[in-house]
Write a protein that binds this ligand. Structure first.
Ligand code: ARG
Ligand code: ZN
Length: 468
């Protein structure tokens, strides 16, 4: 499930063709793929090897067994995909771990490892448009990757299990994936852990069975999900389940060490979801909840689809933020990491709106406090609409100046049109993808105003913008 390609994988070839021959030779390992081999990346300049070309994944069926003592993972991944071109060979993303067998359909396929690429050569070439199934058997001790911003990302072991987050590129540390948000898919995740531990993924819990000292949890997310939003977080958790008035199935898993601090905030989840649904339109998923782990080294929370993941008891602002991402980021997804403000600016602005409507400071006050920062402040170091590299995608300008851009839009079009725009955005691209250019167009359409200049200034101009 990939949106139409605006920047074909061939782009890479064009760039290489213009660089001097010596450099091209140095880059030999990344030489342009032939027309019948799938590209090693999805064409995202911030993370060139994330995702792959030549096919779309429809469904991931992951069967995992994790030993929390030895930290060993034994797994099988079955991917149902469709070739978008003739393929004599294609890549999956997988970092670390040992692959023991790959089959395409019922036939064993050739495979080799090349950095984070698992290169698969099916016995028979795949036709353009052909549906196929890849099965990968693998095991090992999963390790997180270090992101350009220095954060650990992926399968992060904890003292009682693992904190499993994947933004932007950590999914490949625990399953073979087409690891770019351009390709969303549904998931079945089945996890076996020692009895007494709980394994939590996104979506609905289909079954939980204990036998021979182990418990197996089977989770299913039917709505399209980007790989970075998948989790299989394991720990000693207290579990709470209920259904909201809107029929959303809530599953909260909380580490006992965080339970006291988390309780008053988690209690607000139904009212937060209701408030967000009023503002942004119906909640996009069937399931919801929270995973509150005790993972002091992680330092961030993640909007894992249907069930945000927290490294410790969240504050109310963080709960509002991660759940706002269910609309902005999870349901409406990025086609390129450069557009990350569409996730973080929106989720941050949701926090501002929540405070404003619940007796706290107004969004205008939040804006003013930030705007008072001098031109030399880090807030103005780079523009949110193109932070420039993977190292900056979670920086203050993306979150705060991204939210400020939305506030400027609100002031320009007025509350009525502003909230119509937010809702229309979530509705028009529900379960899909969208770009910044599409947002600007939608805002202009809904308001009848010319907004390009204003939004371009706030999103793309270097330095501190003028405010009216
Ligand atoms: N999207 C997360 C949030 O809600 C942040 C993820 C940070 N990840 C990282 N690798 N630094 O803010
Ligand atoms: Zn966020």
């Amino acid at each position: 499930m990939t949106p139409p390609h605006r920047q074909p994988a061939r782009h890479r070839t064009a760039v290489l063709a213009t660089v001097p021959v010596a450099v091209a030779a140095l880059l030999g390992a990344a030489a342009p793929a032939g027309p019948t081999t799938g590209a090693p990346g999805a064409g995202d300049p911030y993370f060139p090897l994330s995702g792959n070309g030549g096919y779309d994944v429809r469904h991931y069926d992951l069967t995992l067994r994790y030993d929390t003592t030895s930290r060993r993972l034994d797994a099988t991944a079955v991917l149902t995909a469709r070739a978008t071109q003739r393929l004599t060979r294609f890549d999956l993303d997988l970092s670390g771990l040992k692959v023991t067998a790959v089959t395409v359909g019922r036939t064993e396929a050739g495979f080799r490892r090349d950095g984070q690429e698992l290169v698969v050569t099916p016995r028979h070439a795949l036709r353009a448009g052909q549906e196929f199934r890849v099965t990968v058997a693998y095991h090992g001790t999963p390790k997180p990757v270090t992101d350009p911003d220095g954060a650990a990302d992926g399968w992060i072991p904890t003292d009682d299990g693992a904190f499993v987050a994947g933004e932007p590129q950590g999914a490949m540390t625990w399953f073979p994936t087409n690891g770019h948000p351009r390709d969303k898919a549904s998931y079945d995740i089945t996890i076996t852990v020692p009895k007494g531990r709980t394994a939590v993924a996104g979506g609905v819990l289909l079954s939980e069975r204990t036998a021979h000292g182990r418990t197996t949890f089977h989770w299913r997310e039917t709505q399209p999900m980007a790989a970075y939003l998948a989790t299989a977080t394991i720990g000693k958790f207290q579990v709470e389940r209920y259904t909201t008035r809107d029929g959303i199935q809530v599953y909260n898993a909380v580490d006992a060490r965080e339970a006291r601090a988390a309780a008053p905030v988690l209690k607000k989840l139904p009212s937060v979801l209701e408030w967000e649904s009023k503002l942004f339109g119906p909640y996009p998923f069937r399931a919801a909840g929270s995973i509150v782990d005790h993972a002091p080294d992680v330092g961030y929370a993640l909007e894992t689809q249907t069930r945000p993941l927290y490294d410790s008891a969240p504050g109310l602002g963080t709960l509002v933020h991660e759940n706002a991402h269910q609309w902005f980021g999870d349901s409406v997804s990025l086609t390129a990491w450069k557009d990350i403000w569409l996730n973080e600016g929106f989720a941050t602005y949701a926090e501002w709106l929540y405070r404003e409507q619940h007796g706290g400071r107004s969004a205008q006050q939040a804006f003013d406090a930030l705007y008072a920062r001098p031109a030399s402040d880090g807030l103005w170091a780079y523009p949110p609409g193109d932070p420039g590299s993977g190292a900056h995608i979670f920086g203050t300008p993306v979150y705060q100046r991204g939210a400020m851009a939305l506030h400027e839009l609100r002031r320009a079009v007025g509350d009525r049109d502003f909230f119509r725009i937010l809702r229309a955005w979530a509705t028009a691209h529900r379960a899909g993808h969208a770009t910044t250019a599409q947002f600007v167009r939608l805002a202009e359409e809904k308001s009848g105003k010319s907004l390009k200049e204003l939004l371009h200034t706030w999103l793309y101009a270097p330095g501190k913008p003028n405010s009216t």
